[in-house]
Design a protein around this ligand. Structure first.
Ligand SMILES: NC(=O)c1ccc[n+]([C@@H]2O[C@H](COP(=O)([O-])OP(=O)(O)OC[C@H]3O[C@@H](n4cnc5c(N)ncnc54)[C@H](O)[C@@H]3O)[C@@H](O)[C@H]2O)c1
Length: 258
């Protein structure tokens, strides 16, 4: 057995997790970074709701996870997001952590990008995160506290070629996070953002090899990140380890674009 420590077990063999007794919602939780976050949260004692437009995949994942349910959610639909927060309260009696993580890419140079693809990406990432922050934030405030984590991207910090839609949405998420942090702080609700760099998931594995190689060359640590490394940062922001941290942006990028 591992020695007692931040991730370990303490006491007489009783499992003590950093999220013991907490209930967490993770949008886009069916796969990739959302699922990795859910897995680490469960390992640390949380009960989770996997919210995804792909409910079949989320249901499969929830079955394997244990204390987890899946809820079909389109994060761009206000009613869906309201019902999602209600489902978490109904199932677990509370909502302590909300991770607004669902996302897509529709990359193209501006010349080729359609207005629909601009709107769709901004809608899912930015409007979706706003809906999730609003719905969860209000309930958490009533409850006396909580932690909201919004998934931004290094693309929102530096702007990526072919991602005018995605970079705009991810930069917008930073503004949303800081403004919401100020509005919700007195209610004990913390709001922070994560900016992953190049992380190995289905989203990035769809990238052409030359694009992957050129991104890799920009990373001081010389490698892509793993989903579990993003999950570690989410766990920190979700837990009491970050109790005095709000309105911040945490870069998980191996030193890229610092
Ligand atoms: N992978 C990376 O390198 C990387 C880097 C920076 C930021 N991110 C961000 O992390 C988040 C997760 O990325 P990922 O790599 O795990 O992607 P992914 O494609 O593996 O997973 C995204 C999930 O979101 C779901 N989803 C899409 N549209 C939805 C909607 N309207 N409502 C609900 N769910 C929806 C999908 O079904 C999928 O399960 C995204 O916000 C992404 O922009 C990823």
């Amino acid at each position: 057995m591992r020695a007692a420590g931040a991730w370990g077990r303490v006491g007489k063999g009783a499992p003590v997790g950093l999220l013991e007794g907490k209930a967490a919602v993770i949008t886009g939780g069916a796969q990739g970074l959302g699922l990795a976050i859910a897995q680490l949260f469960v390992a640390q004692g949380a009960r989770v709701v996997l919210a995804d437009i792909n409910v079949d995949k989320a249901t499969e994942a929830a079955k394997e996870l244990g204390p987890a349910i899946a809820v079909r959610t389109d994060v761009t639909k206000e009613d869906d997001v309201a019902q999602l927060v209600e489902a978490c309260q109904r199932e677990y009696g509370r909502i302590d952590v909300m991770v607004n993580n669902a996302g897509i890419t529709r990359d193209a140079s501006m010349k080729k990008m359609s207005a629909d693809d601009f709107r769709l990406v901004v809608d899912i990432h930015l409007y979706g995160a706003w809906l999730g922050t609003k719905a969860a934030g209000l309930v958490m405030k009533e409850q006396g506290g909580g932690s909201i984590i919004n998934m931004s991207s290094i693309s929102g910090k530096v702007g990526n070629f072919g991602q005018t839609n995605y970079s705009a949405a991810k930069a917008g998420i930073v503004g949303l996070t800081k403004a919401a942090a100020k509005e919700l702080a007195r209610g004990g609700v913390r709001v922070n953002a994560i900016q992953p760099g190049l992380i190995r998931t289905a989203m990035t594995e769809a990238m052409p090899q030359h694009a992957w190689e050129s991104k890799l060359a920009e990373i001081p640590m010389g490698r892509a990140g793993e989903p579990s490394e993003v999950a570690g940062a989410a766990l920190f922001l979700a837990s009491e380890l970050s109790s005095y941290i709000t309105g911040t942006v945490l870069e998980i990028a191996g030193g890229r674009h610092i």
